[in-house]
Design a protein around this ligand. Sequence first.
Ligand code: SF4
Ligand code: SF4
Length: 397
Amino acid sequence: MRQFSDDIEKATAYCTYCPKMCRFSCPASEAEKRETVTPWGMMRLFELARDGSVELDGSVAETFYHCTGCRRCQTWCEHDNDVPEALWAARDWVHSEGLAPEPASHVTDQFEEFGGPFDEPAPSLDDESSRALDSVFDPDSSIVFVPDCTTRWEDPATVVAIGLLLARLNGGEPVALHTPGAAADGTETDRGCCGAPLAAAGDGAGWRRWRSGLEAELQEADLVVTECPSMAAHFSEGSSWGKQRRVHVEHLIGFMARELQEATPSEPVRLTDPMLHDSCLLTRQLGLADETRQVVDALTDGDVSEFDFNRDEAPCCGASGLYDRVAPDAARRCAASRIDDLQREGGRTVVCGSADCTKALRGEAGSEETVRDIVELALRAFAIEPPAHTFGEGGQT
Ligand code: SF4
Ligand code: SF4
């Protein structure tokens, strides 16, 4: 019998004997229409593999990756079971046995080679002149901005623009930047990501090393601000992944909700029939549902409507937990279902607070304008453009 923590063994036991109260809530089981990938199915399989009734092989191992980590099942669970916490432990186990599916083991290679979950290095922030970055960021600031890796790799201009936004929100004082090409303490860093994909991949040893290294690099900061919901969730105390806090990390939405009381946007953005999509991590992990609404109200002109299922009940778009790599077609169906909800409920624009949600929903919406990211709204409302000369050739992917 394989041993896990008491919390995890209790959770798998509850699920094994449960009448599947949460079944309808799971984006993976809805998208795949398979009993095996319901919360109950995955947790029961974990229990059977743990007690040796089922042999642990590649097929069993792969099943544990059909979870986005959204915690929507927990909303309807009478035992408040944290299914992703258990399944992440199952992934850790199968990874250590060399049975992780290829998309998960590939994540470790990507981190080792490129410092983040991508197949190429982070694009340069500043190929030609260090003066542009120096004018936006201050390495001596005690507030440090760590960009979301999706932003860093796929939209580096926005990294600089967020620096300008943070300075505006910080009473005109620039903050420090910590990312490849610009480390907060003036030294170099190879870490372009918080490391959460390593945890989702089941590379527990790699994740712990990565996390300690990043915490050491950030230990002088009084406050770390990020627009990455995964980083905020994994580094904050109180979230199921956060555990102990060694650096004080705050999500940009929490920072904006506080600072927007002092800094007023120059021009609130007008949207067409907007509805707010609650990101799983922002809402169910970080408890920022109210702050998200406060920020969206301050940045936009007019009412943003609620989906029928919102806040802790909001469906998941399928973008996290490596689900989009292990089951890409099913992940796309999760995002498409959210766009269907938008159309069925009378909205024409969906607003979301996570770069990964924005990317997934835009992939299904067919138009950038249909999906609006809260960071983009903030930049627009504050009329912020990144310095044009900051990016070198090939800076954009
Ligand atoms: S998470 Fe809760 S409701 Fe869902 S199967 Fe497990 S015990 Fe049942
Ligand atoms: S956390 Fe989300 S994806 Fe994972 S089992 Fe629960 S509802 Fe399904």
